[in-house]
Design a protein around this ligand. Structure first.
Ligand SMILES: Cc1cc2nc3c(=O)[nH]c(=O)nc-3n(C[C@H](O)[C@H](O)[C@H](O)COP(=O)(O)O)c2cc1C
Length: 187
């Protein structure tokens, strides 16, 4: 089987991590690969803010939980209110927030999602593990949360498409069942 097909099949959502930090070298490697993400009309209008260290991620987690309690952000209110909820499973030593400048492309969700997919696969290729975390997108433009994001260097014109909890896996999780009926062929 080709290396690419093998990598596609082996990528997993990792939710348990060792204490080992994510190195600059690994970040460089995965972002070099993700630079090849295709984007609509090659706009490449995506950017990621990487938050490293449990203390900094805990602060971000507090902001995410706080924003999700505000009126208008009900989608994750209940989930984010639970004590056990944490954007990095209380463990991942890095957290990657991917945003796209939605004024530059009609396809910001598509472009950002592909970038996340590339990052996720590249992370696994260097021995890291990741899990998409969905609870930041809806609160991107909540004013207090936006101010916090800006303080992290997240570009003010970008909208969050998704994020990844990132670190060294304790183990590779089992493969969730997959459907095999995703296509039909005509002709
Ligand atoms: C758009 C998207 C949003 C997701 N959001 C979350 C999330 O917020 N929390 C979480 O634990 N997993 C999340 N996941 C991971 C999925 O649950 C996971 O991909 C799925 O169960 C299949 O498992 P696998 O990635 O190991 O193949 C998300 C995945 C995608 C693609």
């Amino acid at each position: 089987m080709s290396e690419v097909l093998k990598a596609l099949k082996e990528r997993r959502s990792v939710r348990d991590f060792t204490d080992q930090p994510v190195s600059d070298e690994d970040l460089k490697t995965i972002f070099e690969a993700a630079a090849f993400t295709p984007t609509a009309r090659n706009t490449q209008a995506w950017h990621a803010t990487v938050v490293r260290g449990l203390d900094k991620i805990a602060l971000l987690n507090d902001e995410v939980k706080k924003a999700n309690q505000k009126p208008g952000y009900e989608r994750y209110r209940e989930l984010a209110a639970t004590k056990s909820y944490s954007i990095n499973f209380h463990k991942a030593p890095a957290f990657v927030i991917v945003g796209v400048d939605s004024s530059k492309t009609d396809c910001y969700i598509e472009d950002g999602s592909l970038a996340l997919g590339y990052l996720w696969l590249a992370a696994q290729a260097v021995g890291l593990g990741a899990c998409w975390i969905n609870q930041l997108g809806t609160i991107t433009d909540e004013p207090e949360f936006r101010a916090y994001l800006t303080s992290l260097g997240f570009p003010p014109t970008h909208k969050i498409v998704g994020s990844l909890a990132l670190g060294h896996p304790t183990k590779i999780p089992h493969i969730p069942t997959r459907h095999t009926d995703h296509y039909n062929v005509v002709g």
